[in-house]
Design a protein around this ligand. Structure first.
Ligand code: PMT
Length: 397
């Protein structure tokens, strides 16, 4: 079920950040409908909002076209959550006094959903007693304020009143959008590459960026799971609300997974090296005088997914692996599902530079009974869809 947000953009220079908020919401497969106030339209165009949100932008109260299509009453009915970002001092004053002289204020008064408010204004306006009175009124009425930050403001002054960062607004939306269906469950996710040392300077690695594993960890946490993410070396920030253990080699990843058991759900998205150098040297290998290149002998690494799926004592009740294939994708994935004895496999074609480090991917969810092809979409959307499947699976038991 795709969540949807009604985003009300009012008159503040911070309106430009709302374009990024729309983009990030779309990446998380959240539908966005927007109301742009007259003030907001001074800072960003209806066209930019419409093209980013893939929906018409609503501006006028009682415009026959809009009312016919989606009047101010229905705008909140069709949304799971209403977000006002940026919220100008003027719109907050209208909310506090129940004014309805434009589409935004009329919709807010008629709204029957939770309302998140991200104020943005000059410091003097923010600190003015009238603004603070209005804020306490809308808080009493149930609005949830996403506190502005402090820093250099567009007007050149420095102080509080700067709209919260997009990631902070996203986290607040996630907190109120997702019902915490996985509350009380413990999840383990592996992500990113492993580096297998050749000598203190060199290693065998791969192109995994960790984007997919980190997105899955974030999605599980969004839905209330207690998540331990075991990550190989990546450039990504630790996902919010997730316990992250950073490791380097497959052996270290195995030890960290073992320490994270028992758990209810394990998702192994990491690109774990199948082999390691049998005897990595303590000193940096030097080029031989005769130009002879060194020979590396490789030995197998432990298979972490198989170890978890066949764990004698602490097998999680749902173990999900990935399969990175360059040919016969589904056959190889089905064979891996059986060989490793996991419950689901997310199969992806990684030939011709696909999947690794990409922002989008297309995968097939393979179980013993079915194969579901998921079209090309952001890795966040894949993560959300996988978690929705996990929630459905758990509620069906
Ligand atoms: O990280 P990104 O840049 O976002 O890219 C995502 C991805 C391409 C890495 C991801 O979608 C993916 O395919 N991950 C699995 C990569 C991989 O190692 O696949 P594999 O077919 O070699 O391994 C099969 C499964 O066994 C995987 O769940 C893997 O985590 C696990 N495995 C493999 C080897 C090993 N020694 N231990 C393991 O646990």
């Amino acid at each position: 079920m795709r969540h949807s947000i009604l985003l009300i953009i009012s008159g503040s220079i911070a309106a430009y950040k709302s374009l990024d908020l729309i983009r990030r919401l779309q990446e998380h497969d959240i539908a966005v409908r927007c109301i742009l106030t007259k003030g907001g339209a001074q800072f960003i165009t209806p066209l930019s909002v419409a093209s980013l949100s893939n929906n018409p932008v609503y501006e006028e109260l009682f415009s026959l076209k809009d009312e016919a299509e989606m009047g101010h009453i229905r705008l909140s009915r069709e949304a799971d959550l209403v977000v006002v970002a940026p919220a100008s001092a003027d719109l907050i004053a209208k909310m506090a006094n129940g004014q309805t002289d434009d589409l935004a204020s009329a919709t807010l008064l008629a709204a029957n959903k939770k309302i998140l408010v991200a104020p943005a204004m000059n410091t003097q306006m923010w600190q003015h007693p009238a603004t603070q009175r209005n804020l306490s009124h809308i808080r009493e009425d149930g609005a949830i304020i996403i506190e502005p930050g402090a820093g250099l403001l567009a007007c050149g002054e420095t102080g509080s009143g700067r709209m919260a960062e997009v990631e902070t607004i996203l986290a607040a939306i996630s907190k109120h959008l997702y019902t915490g269906a996985l509350h009380g469950t413990k999840a383990l996710v592996t992500s990113g590459p492993t580096y297998e040392a050749i000598d203190p300077v060199r290693f065998i690695g791969n192109h995994s960026s960790g984007k997919q594993g980190h997105a899955i960890a974030a999605a599980l946490a969004r839905h209330g799971a207690n998540v331990t993410l075991i990550s190989g070396p990546t450039a990504l920030p630790d996902p919010k609300g997730v316990t992250v253990k950073h490791i380097t080699s497959a052996e270290e990843m195995l030890a960290a997974c073992e320490a994270a058991l028992p758990c209810d759900i394990a998702v192994c998205a990491a690109a774990v090296a199948d082999w390691k150098v049998s005897e990595p040297t303590a000193r940096k290998l030097k080029k031989a005088k005769d130009g002879e290149a060194p020979e590396l002998r490789l030995i197998e690494n432990p298979d972490i997914l198989a170890h978890i799926a066949q764990h004698p004592k602490d097998r999680p009740n749902l173990v999900i692996g990935f399969a990175a294939e360059t040919e016969n994708v589904l056959e190889n994935a089905a064979a891996k599902l059986k060989r490793k004895a996991c419950d689901w496999i997310v199969a992806n074609d990684v030939s011709e530079g696909k999947a690794f480090n990409a922002t989008e991917n297309s995968v097939t969810l393979v179980t013993a009974k079915s194969q579901q092809n998921w079209p090309l979409q952001s890795k966040e959307a894949i993560a959300e869809q996988l978690v929705q499947n996990i929630i459905t699976h758990r509620s069906a038991k």
